[in-house]
Design a protein around this ligand. Structure first.
Ligand code: BGC
Length: 274
C-alpha cells in the first residue's frame, strides 16, 4: 500500500466527549462527513471498559453502512485528556480510572483494528487547520475549544505541537478553565458581556505568550460566537471554528489517515497489551 493510500479512502473518526460519543465516516481528502454522524450518550461512570463498549457500538453502526471503510482500516479517536504514545496522562474532566490507561491498546483490542487516539482539542484543531477556518494560514494558528473544559491546539505551518493544555494556564491565581470555560460561565450564571471580560483576559494572555497569526474559537459555544466574539479585541484576527461539532471526528480520522503507517507498525491484534 502506498504511503498516501488512506488519503483517498473513507475512514471512521470517533469523538469521546463528556456527554456523548460521536462518530462519522470521513472523506479525508476534503474533510467532509459521508452520511450522518452517529452518537450514543457517554456512559456514567465513564470508566475505560464502559467507554470502550460505547465506542464499539458507534464503530459497529458506522461499519455496517454501505459507505463504510474496508474492514481493518485504521480508526481515529479523540479523548479529552493528554495522550502520549497512546496512554492517557491526564483526566481533568473524566473518570480518574483513565489515568495511565493505554487507550490505544484498549480500543484496538476491543475493535480488532488499529486505532490512533489523540487529544480532543488537538483533533478539532487539526481539522480546522486543514479544512476549516485555518486552512492555508501560514505560521502559528491557535485553536481554543470552550466546553466543559478549555482545550487548545497549537499548529505551526500545518504541524501540530500536541498536548499543549493551555486551558490549564494559571491566570490571576486560577486555573483558566475553572473560570473561562463554557461550563464555568453557566455555573457562575454570567451574561455574555460578563463572560467576554473573562475570555478577553485569557485570550490576551495567550496572544502575548504565543503571538499567533490567527486564533480560532471552537467547542460547544462556538455556535454562540456572535454573543461574545465581537467584544474580544486582539492584535490578530480571532474567528469562530467552522466545522462545529464535527471537528473532532474529522480531525481524528484525518490524523489516522496521515499516520497509518506508524499505527499499523505498532499494532498487533493481541489482547494482552494493556
Ligand atoms: C483537558 C484537555 C481537553 C480539554 C477539552 C481539559 O480539561 O485537560 O486535555 O482537551 O479539557 O476537553
Amino acid at each position: 500500500m502506498d504511503e498516501n493510500s488512506y488519503q483517498h479512502k473513507p475512514l471512521i473518526g470517533i469523538d469521546i466527549g463528556g456527554t456523548a460519543i460521536k462518530g462519522g465516516i470521513v472523506n479525508v481528502q476534503d474533510g467532509r462527513l459521508l452520511g450522518e454522524p452517529f452518537r450514543v450518550p457517554t456512559p456514567q461512570p465513564a470508566t475505560p471498559q464502559a467507554i470502550a463498549e460505547s465506542v464499539s457500538r458507534v464503530a459497529d453502526e458506522l461499519s455496517a453502512r454501505p459507505e463504510a471503510p474496508e474492514p481493518g482500516t485504521p480508526m481515529g479517536v479523540t479523548f479529552p485528556g493528554i495522550i502520549q504514545r497512546g496512554v492517557v496522562r491526564s483526566a481533568a474532566n473524566v473518570d480518574k480510572s483513565w489515568l495511565n490507561t493505554n487507550i490505544e491498546a484498549l480500543l484496538s483490542a476491543r475493535l480488532g483494528l488499529p486505532v490512533e487516539v489523540i487529544n480532543d482539542a488537538d483533533a478539532a484543531g487539526l481539522a480546522e487547520a486543514r479544512y476549516g477556518a485555518g486552512a492555508g494560514v501560514a505560521g502559528t494558528v491557535l485553536v481554543i475549544t470552550l466546553g466543559t473544559g478549555i482545550g487548545s491546539a497549537f499548529i505551526s505551518d500545518g504541524r501540530l505541537v500536541p498536548n499543549t493544555e493551555l486551558g490549564h494556564l494559571e491566570i490571576d491565581g486560577h486555573n483558566a478553565e475553572s473560570k473561562a470555560s463554557a461550563a464555568a460561565r453557566e455555573r457562575a450564571g454570567l451574561s455574555w458581556n460578563e463572560y467576554s471580560l473573562l475570555l478577553q483576559r485569557y485570550l490576551s494572555h495567550i496572544e502575548f505568550l504565543f503571538s499567533p497569526e490567527l486564533v480560532i474559537v471552537g467547542g460547544g459555544i462556538s455556535e454562540r460566537a456572535h454573543d461574545y466574539l465581537p467584544h474580544i479585541k486582539l492584535r490578530v484576527p480571532i474567528v469562530p471554528a467552522v466545522l462545529r461539532n464535527e471537528a473532532g471526528i474529522i480531525g481524528a480520522a484525518g490524523e489516522a489517515a496521515s499516520n497509518h503507517q506508524a499505527i499499523l507498525s505498532h499494532w498487533a491484534p493481541a489482547t494482552d497489551t494493556f
